[in-house]
Ligand binder design. Structure first.
Ligand SMILES: Nc1ncnc2c1ncn2[C@@H]1O[C@H](COP(=O)(O)OP(=O)(O)O)[C@@H](O)[C@H]1O
Ligand SMILES: [Mg+2]
Length: 595
């Protein structure tokens, strides 16, 4: 009980709620107040309805309705019925309007949160994406957001509509017969308490079920995304087994959830029965002792029918709020993602004059990798030179290239462009001066022209076409159904690997940057296209400092320097001829490939 932890958590929760209110919900205060107003109307009509029932007896007396049954019936039909119908119609309208307004507040809050989440996630360090994978990130946008939407709606509705209704209806009931009301309410509260405990269990069940949904989502997208591998390697049965396990787990978790959920309604049924019996017994006593009439008892019964679901909802509200807060904390965690690779204070724009690049004793290790991925890397590229990196896979070639645009920061040593430390210049100016083409080409589901155009914002159609021509892509593009305006499909699925690669090269050509990073840029091409592209790349790299990773040694023969990376270290360096003459690792690789 005196454990400090819960207090601390509650403090954090309060801070989160305050932040949600200030940053997101309070913007919609007008809509929210209007919703609350209609909630108030709705609650008032319900209370009035209950009151009206209790007053039917008085009403008839006041009318001085003569004793005949027919006259009384007629009076009720003509005078009371329209009132009740009028009230229910008002209630219906208020119910509709408040539902729309409440949803509007909740949905706009969620939209704003999603916008902030995405904007933050995108700007997070590149390491976040390699660490978390897209699945975990996507689930925050889908699962957590769904949970939070539900929690927001419940909270607004329960705290507005339901609280007003409980107060209004309770006031009418107490006014009609306070003793009877207190009696019934006492019984009701004692028997409704176990439900609150049960709903705590339900909350745990539903959290488990939700996270299982996340797992299924990830596995499905992996299986469908990998359809080609699954089919050609005949992995259907393995995938069946994997997903069957997940679907069965989902079945188990949801069955547990609905079993617990299914306990609630039968319990409510019995509770309702007990409550009605109490009203009948206690009501008979009150009528017999002349405190109220039959209409009064009917009114208290009606009040009970209105109250019970509201009390039940309020009793379980805390659990829903807790669930929503857990989702909210995961959402804020993403929004609060602070990139560590940022502009240094007073960073100046990078000024590239010659295009010299210098690595001095650079070392780097991945946070979850075992041992350093790069150590003691020193190299110097003069402006306009082509530096080729070769060596066994896993040697650290891609890692080295990633350090230049600061996708990761070197752990030790220094990288400088024209004498300026890359950590001392603005990120945007650094990246503007580089163009990267990698093996895994990224295309968005947009037109060919747009995909090339990402190379340089504001490029004209002519410039795009000129870049495509240089990348030997123009011919195949004009042969597409809508030419440059053809949509490439998700991830460029409508194009061949070689076509995708040429678009990526055209994009880099359009970028017209002084430093060029090519990470196995021609690996997806056949020999003939590669020869074509090679020419384009050679033209492109003229006058630019180029860092080229190639697994086909024939493409790097002419490089000014060839650096052999093995195990994160520079094993050899030199020109093609000197390395062949040295008879080391490069000579061995060359003997294998060029024979
Ligand atoms: N995101 C990452 N997290 C952890 N380790 C990584 C990551 N990327 C690469 N590595 C590891 O770093 C080493 C160098 O990888 P990489 O630079 O991709 O090699 P290369 O491009 O020469 O094939 C490898 O051992 C690889 O497993
Ligand atoms: Mg690589």
């Amino acid at each position: 009980m005196s454990d400090p932890a819960p207090t601390k958590v509650r403090g954090q929760d309060r801070a989160m709620i305050a932040r949600l209110w200030r940053g997101y919900v309070s913007k919609h205060i007008g809509t929210l107040l209007l919703a609350v107003f209609f909630m108030f109307i709705l609650a008032a009509t319900q209370a009035a309805y209950v009151y009206l029932i209790s007053q039917v007896g008085e009403f008839l007396k006041a009318l001085g309705a003569p004793g005949s049954a027919e006259d009384k019936t007629l009076s009720v039909a003509v005078k009371v019925a329209p009132l009740v119908i009028g009230l229910t119609v008002t209630a219906a309208i208020a119910m509709f309007v408040q539902a729309i307004l409440t949803n509007k507040v909740a949905l706009s809050t969620i939209r704003d949160l999603q916008i902030d989440m995405f904007s933050s996630a995108q700007r997070a360090d590149y390491a976040l994406f390699t660490r978390e994978g897209s699945g975990g990130l996507v689930s925050r946008f889908i699962n957590d957001v769904t949970i939070l939407t539900g929690a927001l709606l419940r909270t607004i509705t329960n705290l507005g509509r339901d609280v007003f209704t409980v107060i209004g209806v309770l006031a009418v009931m107490l006014y009609t017969d306070w003793l009877l009301t207190i009696l019934i309410l006492g019984i009701l509260i004692v028997i409704i308490l176990p439900l609150v405990t049960l709903s705590r269990t339900l909350r745990g069940n539903s959290t488990d079920a939700q996270s299982q949904v996340g797992t299924i989502t990830e596995q499905l997208s992996e299986s469908f995304g990998g359809a080609r591998l699954v089919k050609t390697y005949g992995l259907e049965d393995d995938q069946d087994t994997r997903l069957e396990k997940s679907f069965t787990e989902r079945f188990r978790l949801y069955l547990k959830l609905v079993t617990n959920q299914a306990r609630v309604d039968p319990m409510m049924e019995v509770i309702g029965g007990i409550a009605i019996v109490s009203v009948i017994i206690a009501g008979t006593w009150r009528v017999a002792s002349g405190a109220i009439d039959g209409y009064g008892v009917a009114s208290i019964l009606a009040g009970l029918v209105v109250l019970t679901p509201k009390l039940r909802a309020l009793g379980t509200l805390n659990n829903v709020i807790q669930e929503g807060l857990a989702a909210l904390s995961r959402i804020f965690e993403l929004i609060d993602q602070k990139p560590t690779i940022i502009d240094a204070p007073n960073a100046a724009a990078l000024n590239v004059s010659k295009g010299n690049v210098e690595f001095t004793d650079v070392g780097f290790a991945y946070e979850n990798g075992d041992g350093p991925a790069l150590s003691d890397i020193s190299l110097s590229a003069k402006g306009g030179q082509t530096i080729a990196f070769v060596g066994p896979s896993g040697g650290g070639k891609s890692t080295l290239l990633n350090l230049l645009p600061r996708l990761f920061d070197a752990a030790s040593g220094e990288i400088a462009v024209d004498g300026q430390n890359i950590r001392g210049v603005t990120l945007s100016s650094l990246r503007e001066n580089m163009a990267l083409v990698s093996q895994d080409v990224t295309l968005f589901d947009d037109t060919v022209a747009a995909n090339i155009g990402f190379g340089r914002k504001g490029a004209s159609e002519d410039e795009i076409a000129a870049a495509a021509k240089q990348a030997a892509a123009h011919d195949f593009i004009t042969a597409l159904p809508q030419g440059y305006h053809t949509k490439v499909g998700p991830g460029g699925a409508r194009l061949s690997g070689g076509q995708r690669q040429r678009i990526a090269i055209a994009r880099a050509i359009l970028r017209d940057a002084p430093i060029l990073l090519l990470d196995e840029a021609t690996s997806a091409l056949d020999a003939q296209s590669e020869a074509q592209i090679q020419e384009a790349l050679e033209r492109l790299s003229k006058g630019r400092t180029s860092f080229v990773i190639a697994h086909r040694l024939s493409t790097v023969r002419g490089a000014d320097q060839i650096i052999v990376l093995d195990n994160g270290r520079i094993a050899e360096r030199g020109t093609h001829d000197s390395l062949i003459a040295a008879g080391g690792l490069y000579a061995q690789l060359a003997a294998l490939q060029l024979s």
